[in-house]
Write a protein that binds this ligand. Structure first.
Ligand SMILES: [Zn+2]
Length: 469
């Protein structure tokens, strides 16, 4: 396209800025089954969403919907267009499709929750195009960013939330990943990790890994546990040695991050950890799924079986997600600069698909691998509503059931593909007490093995002062 055409396209698209779209009435009122599907898919076990007795006694006074579901309620459904081409936003997307910008990816979402939704609320969304960028060259491809703002009102015309949403409409095949000659597309032949030396005395350990078990040698004479395995019990002298299966839970006893020289068989950065298991024995292994700067002595970890290549299974350890708080954190307990414990979330195919469907997002790139490849992606990838849901879950698990999320602003980077792990992390940016309610702002980050999948901020309210809810 010549520059004059591009200019006229952008000018034409910008004519839609500020024009309110046709109100979109949610197909269903806020309801328990959809809430339940969402909570199952996101593994969000906050009882205010699903347990009527608990919810009645909570700050909400009854069941509420997870706040991050805000735009799930007004998704159009399978096989139904999200917007009409004669509508403001719809006409912008249609014009971009026509000009060859047919691929789409969501890049930013900002939710503002004025109140939590309750079963029976019937939402109407009104969307306005607020910004159309010039043509940009991005890693994904050449395209334009389109930003919309949506207002959500109930049947009583009560304004309950806002959303700012930004997508990139781009030309498929114009991104860096699509260039077959680029270095990223042709990784050098990987050197394999060294093989373990296996003897008759240690075979049970390696066989255990193949069976998905971390086995610890146990003396059948005196029940003492040993690792590494011995030929004879050092405590009682017995040769009668068996094993027991570890729970896979432990803590980091010590660790080191080797930096130089680099060994081609290992992925960098990497952390060598001495893990003390619950059973009391220690083993040397790798600590994975965490930024090396965040590893700490005493950090709770759990077993994750890793296969660096098809013939090798190794027991590695990743941070154990903190337990969900059952009582709500009080404002006075929050310190600016404090960090939230890291929480690795395995990105399974099931999570991506189940959460896309629970958020009523039927875009093929979130469930159909062949079509995702056709659109220039190596595989299906997580949708932005799932990312919002997982961020909200991480924060509410940290803060407790009566915390109120007020704002969730996220920006997406590296996609979450199946088989990866996204580790959530957060820190307290600010904490102020306003009229007896504690206002807390958190920074959030969720990173996978490619880079930062999500960065953003969350604003929430916590109860403050003595005793009152
Ligand atoms: Zn013994």
């Amino acid at each position: 396209m010549v520059d004059a055409d591009k200019t006229s396209l952008v000018a034409r698209l910008r004519a839609s800025i500020g024009v309110a779209g046709r109100p979109f009435v949610a197909r269903d009122a806020v309801n328990q089954p959809m809430i339940r599907h969402w909570c199952d898919a996101m593994a969000d076990h906050n009882p205010v969403y699903t347990d009527p007795d608990f919810a009645t006694k909570s700050a909400h006074g009854g069941i509420v919907a997870p706040p991050a579901m805000l735009n799930a309620w007004t998704m159009s459904g399978l096989g139904r267009p999200q917007s009409d081409s004669d509508d403001a936003a719809g006409s912008v997307y249609a014009a971009l499709d026509e000009a060859g910008y047919t691929s789409v990816v969501a890049t930013n979402s900002e939710h503002e929750y004025l109140r939590y939704l309750r079963p029976g609320d019937e939402l109407t969304a009104v969307q306005v195009v607020s910004e159309v960028s010039d043509e940009k060259t991005t890693a994904l491809g050449t395209g334009l960013f389109v930003t919309t703002r949506t207002e959500y009102r109930t049947q009583a015309d009560e304004l309950v939330g806002h959303m700012l949403f930004r997508i990139l409409k781009f030309k498929p095949g114009t991104g860096r990943a699509a260039q077959p000659d680029s270095e990223e597309a042709q990784p050098a032949q990987r050197m394999r990790r060294p093989r373990p030396g296996i003897s008759r005395d240690t075979r049970f350990f390696w066989d255990g890994l193949e069976a998905g078990e971390l086995r610890i040698q146990r003396c059948e004479g005196c029940s003492a546990l040993h690792h590494p395995p011995m030929v004879r019990c050092p405590a009682c002298g017995s040769y009668d040695l068996g094993y027991q299966v570890s729970t896979g839970r432990g803590v980091v006893y010590s660790f080191v991050e080797p930096c130089h020289p680099r060994i081609p068989a290992f992925d960098y950065p990497y952390v060598v950890g001495l893990i003390e298991l619950e059973e009391g024995t220690r083993l040397i292994t790798n600590v994975v799924d965490i930024d090396p700067d965040k590893v700490e002595v005493g950090m709770p970890v759990e077993l994750t079986m890793q296969k660096p290549d098809p013939e090798l299974t190794l027991p590695m350890f990743r941070p154990r997600c903190p337990r969900r708080r059952e009582t709500t954190l009080r404002f006075e307990e929050v310190a600016v600069g404090a960090e939230l414990a890291p929480c690795p979330i395995p990105i399974s195919r099931t999570l991506i698909v189940a959460a896309a469907i629970a958020s009523r997002d039927y875009q093929d790139v979130h469930h159909d691998p062949a079509l995702a490849v056709e659109r220039g992606s190596p595989d299906i990838f997580m949708n932005i509503l799932t990312t919002s849901g997982l961020c909200a879950r991480y924060v509410s698990d940290w803060a407790g059931p009566d915390a109120l999320l007020r704002k969730l602003s996220i920006r997406l980077g590296a996609p979450n593909y199946p088989g990866d792990t996204m580790t959530m992390w957060g820190s307290v940016l600010s904490a102020t007490n306003q009229g007896g309610r504690g206002q807390v702002e958190l920074a959030l980050r969720g990173y996978n093995h490619i880079g930062d999948h999500v960065t953003g901020t969350v604003e929430l309210e916590l109860p403050s002062g003595g005793g009152e809810k």
